[in-house]
Design a protein around this ligand. Structure first.
Ligand code: C2E
Ligand code: MG
Ligand code: MG
Length: 384
């Protein structure tokens, strides 16, 4: 491994078995202001990443003796915080998939470039690191919760009538973080951190409080609309949760049937027995329970069988494909049938085109949600 350059900029490490590629990238990176470390083997990178001494890693996905994809997982496991840029002579789609895998592992993926590398694109990506906002920390999140930086956006769920009309039956509450330090952040950028650092309970309390307040205003105004909120499965280990939510509903004088809890089983449901107990107590109190993202990951038939759900939400990855992918269309039809056979309300999310809306109506799906019908918007922009 060689270190070069006398600058004091951020440190970048390039790992590639081709000398020419390392030299080329090293030159461009130094030009942009990096201190460059070069390595022909990935072992040096492990140490640097574990020690947190590199800000940017440029990694050749295909090197002799190394499985680049497995190596990404390893980087995540050692807690690599560097921005990772993948390079390879391989197919563009393979590179794109590898980048998405890195993101799924929680790595900060800067991009994926095909060889021969476009110098302008490389410079652009390397410069973008300088203007990237500082990474969000659990302390930032805790402070944001304490200072009330979270807002709720609502997305309509329409009842589908055979006549071709549709009306708002329910609203999904989706949280956003309007952070003074980091800007406006979508939930994917802070919910996993809230779950990992014991902050999801406090955040959910904020969401519940704001949502139930809004719901009570609609209810008093004579609107019979219901609301769904997303409940992290990490919270289902808390036996006091049904009573707490019940108390909030009573405080706002709201009938429990107006509230649905959407749950995605994500593997963090530590105690399945306790989760079943908590979910059953919610159902006994009259709340709706929805199995979110059905068909993906852990959101499975087994969950549907053992937990007392009242609704099934077909994941948007299937719904978005109904117009172009005959198999996705078949899955959507069969899942709707399955839900109805089990006596569940079926909701489809991710409806973006009139064709998919027509198809969902044809297969007799009950509720439809998607950008075509309405994006998530702040309260004052809702058409009710
Ligand atoms: P989700 O519960 O599956 O919510 C639906 C997501 O799909 C939302 O993303 C929504 O904006 C998006 N979506 C809806 N219709 C369409 C469409 O037609 N096309 C496309 N491409 N997307 C559509 P969002 O708001 O970014 O939320 C992402 C996830 O964050 C949610 O997925 C949910 O799992 C989680 N989340 C949101 N709010 C909360 C919360 O208060 N608590 C917890 N624990 N999780 C939350
Ligand atoms: Mg949801
Ligand atoms: Mg979903």
């Amino acid at each position: 491994m060689t270190g070069q350059g006398g600058q004091s900029g951020p440190t970048l490490m390039v790992v590639d078995d081709e000398d020419g590629v390392r030299d080329f990238i090293g030159e461009v990176a130094r030009g942009v202001g990096y201190l460059v470390l070069e390595a022909s083997l990935a072992s040096g990178l492990r140490e640097q990443c574990a020690a947190g001494t590199v800000e940017v890693v440029i990694l050749d996905l295909r090197m002799p003796g190394i499985d680049g994809v497995a190596f990404l997982r390893e980087l995540a496991e050692i807690g690599c915080r560097a921005h990772v840029l993948l390079i390879s002579g391989t197919d563009r789609r393979v590179l794109g998939t590898a980048k998405r895998l890195g993101e799924q592992h929680g790595l900060s993926m800067l991009g994926a470039l095909q060889k021969p590398i476009d110098i302008e694109e490389l410079e652009r990506l390397l410069k973008s690191v300088f203007v990237r906002p500082r990474a969000v920390t659990p302390d930032d999140l805790a402070a944001g919760i304490a200072t009330g930086e979270f807002v709720i956006h609502y997305q309509p769920q329409m009842g589908l009538c055979e006549s071709g009309t549709h009306q708002i039956r329910n609203l999904e509450a989706l949280v956003r973080w309007n952070s003074a330090a980091h800007g406006f952040l979508p939930p994917d950028q802070f919910i996993p951190m809230a779950e990992d650092h014991g902050l999801i309970g406090a955040l959910t309390d904020v969401v519940l409080e704001k949502t139930l307040f809004d719901l009570s205003v609609w209810h008093q105004g004579g609107h019979s609309v219901g609301v769904s909120i997303n409940l992290s499965p990490a919270l289902l280990g808390d036996p006091s949760l049904p009573d707490r939510i019940d108390a909030q509903l009573r405080m706002h004088q709201l009938p429990p049937r107006l509230l649905t809890l959407e749950i995605t089983e994500s593997g963090v449901m530590a105690d399945v027995g306790l989760a079943m107990e908590v979910l059953t107590r919610f159902r006994l109190r009259g709340l709706g329970l929805s199995l979110d993202d059905f068909g993906t990951g852990y959101s499975s038939l087994a969950q549907l069988h053992r937990m007392p759900f009242s609704e099934l939400k077909i994941d948007k990855s299937f719904v978005m494909g109904v117009g172009s992918d005959p198999d996705a269309a078949k899955l959507v039809r069969i899942i709707t049938l399955l839900g109805h056979e089990l006596g569940l309300v079926v909701c489809a999310e991710g409806i973006e085109t009139p064709e998919s809306l027509d198809y969902l109506r044809e297969v007799r799906c009950d509720l439809a949600q998607g950008f075509l019908l309405g994006r998530p918007v702040p309260l004052d922009q809702l058409p009710i």
